[in-house]
Ligand binder design. Structure first.
Ligand code: ADP
Length: 254
């Protein structure tokens, strides 16, 4: 049983042809933290989250989640265990309303519901609970007043929040966020980071975040993992990491 982290990679390596994207990467994400992965372009951040999310298979090494070896599981199987992710470009139904977007069941929810409908006919009760849950999540993210707006009317930052709302409907233990602040105005960017800290403390959700806007993100996160050329070069508290010589060198050296 692995108890150190909710999520762990152990000696993960991944190459694309001759390009080594990850080399012996071992990281741990402690439960109920905001953990930020930083590093210059090409340092392996995207490859790492794709290996963790199951989009890519590592050449070597293992990924553990909640004490289970999930290295061979599909993204969908990982999702069912509580490992969810959002994408740089939100995956929304633009012709549907904000509330509908949150309610549109993902496949795993739908499958469970079909069985419920067939066996118990309790779907009406569940439906009400589901709408209430959707509203409480929208309230947490300050999107409830927009529940009836079409998703396409939202700003870029609000779309990112809506995607997060959709993901939260599945009660994930850990959410991977790929650049949640990209293209978002500073005030909403701070708001988004504030919501993440609120979700961590309130719901106990753990977040693993890739983000380039360090001026904003570093103020909110608990732990930073710094990468360079496919390896972890430093990790620790935000204040320590920004001053770490290897990190400074990685950024200055390009
Ligand atoms: P980051 O997200 O930190 O910018 P990436 O994980 O995207 O870094 O990339 C790490 C390295 O792997 C880079 O050299 C990149 O060019 C290479 N790489 C990533 N994905 C692919 C791919 N699908 N095919 C070939 N090379 C890739």
């Amino acid at each position: 049983m692995l108890s150190e982290g909710l999520l762990m990679t152990r000696n993960v390596s991944k190459s694309f042809g001759g390009v080594v994207a990850l080399k012996n990467v071992s990281v741990s994400v402690r439960p109920q933290t905001l953990t930020l992965v930083i590093g210059p372009n090409g340092s392996g951040k995207t490859t790492l989250i794709n290996v963790i999310g199951g989009i890519l298979q590592p050449d070597e090494g293992h990924v553990y989640f909640s004490g289970l070896d999930i290295t061979k599981l599909s993204p969908h199987e990982r999702f069912r265990l509580g490992l969810a992710r959002t994408f740089q470009t939100p995956q929304l139904f633009t012709s549907l309303s904000v509330l509908e977007n949150v309610l549109v069941p993902d496949r795993s929810y739908y499958e469970e519901r079909v069985i419920e409908i067939l066996l118990n006919n309790v779907w009406r009760i569940k439906e009400k609970e589901y709408v209430e849950k959707a509203f409480s999540i929208l309230r947490l993210l300050n999107l409830d007043r927009l529940w009836d707006a079409s998703a396409r009317e939202l700003s870029g930052g609000q779309m990112k929040l809506l995607e997060l709302a959709r993901v939260l409907m599945s009660d994930p233990k850990l959410v991977i966020l790929d650049e949640p602040l990209a293209g978002v105005n500073p005030s909403l960017a701070n708001e988004i980071m504030g919501y993440l800290t609120k979700l961590r403390s309130g719901l106990g959700t753990t977040f693993l975040i890739i983000e380039h806007r360090l001026d904003i993100a570093l103020k909110y996160v608990d732990h930073v993992i710094a990468m360079h050329q496919g390896q972890v070069i430093a990790e620790g508290l935000p204040d320590e990491i920004v001053k770490h010589p290897a990190v400074v060198e990685a950024y200055l050296g390009g």
